[in-house]
Ligand binder design. Sequence first.
Ligand SMILES: Nc1ncnc2c1ncn2[C@@H]1O[C@H](COP(=O)(O)OP(=O)(O)OP(=O)(O)O)[C@@H](O)[C@H]1O
Ligand SMILES: [Mg+2]
Length: 251
Amino acid sequence: MPPRKKTVTKTAKKAAVKSTSSRATAKKKAKAKAKKTPKQKKRRGILITFEGSEGSGKTTQISRISTLFENAGLDVVCTREPGGTDVGEEIRHLLKHASPNTKITPEAELLLFAASRAQLVREVIAPALDKGKIILCDRFLDSTTVYQGVGRQISAEPVHIINAFAVGNIMPDITIVLDIPAQTGFARIKHRTTDLPDRMEGETIDFYHKVREGYLLLAKALPERFIVVDGKRSRKWIEDKLWNELRERIG
Ligand SMILES: Nc1ncnc2c1ncn2[C@@H]1O[C@H](COP(=O)(O)OP(=O)(O)OP(=O)(O)O)[C@@H](O)[C@H]1O
Ligand SMILES: [Mg+2]
């Protein structure tokens, strides 16, 4: 029995040495990988989306914030939804200015917004993120959650699935909600001159109350992504507030 024991001990020792040495090699490899990763990984940009109902000041603030980023020496891409690509702009025109007789169903509307988004993500947003740029996007997937989900009352599940399919692995890093009462927004944009009626602007005040509530609920559920700002304040006050918040979050 003793020799057998010896053999076992020897074998066990050998195995232990082997496993220690292979563990040591694995450790070395992991260490080398960890060291290499930050250098090899491309700097990812930042996707900041702007949300809020009509006339809340999204376009105004995107223009101001993009200037601030540019002055800080950063590369900024401004884009919008629906739109931002040739295909997306065609979809935008269809969605915003379809004649009242066209009667786009809520389901078709949801898919058209998603199609525009899918194109924008792959043609503009993902490549810009890979280049480390800051992207300021006028509306994104939360608009669909709120307008088609809460406003048009399509159930949450298809909205979520279609949104997820459209964006793939691209989610906003930060989402800004400019919060204003629907009436204030409408008062701001009623002087807009356009030869075409805008479908969304033709909605009832009740629809926009739901939209506002929908945004606030989303922001409450995801405070780490959302920044809600009082859109009734002056343009400059909002700009300063946003810039401070963004600098705090981006560093
Ligand atoms: N804080 C503000 N106070 C008063 N007026 C504002 C403020 N911000 C923007 N405006 C004005 O309100 C109007 C609507 O602003 P803006 O176009 O930026 O809103 P929006 O959210 O982009 O609207 P939409 O959803 O229709 O594109 C513009 O005439 C703009 O100059
Ligand atoms: Mg706008």
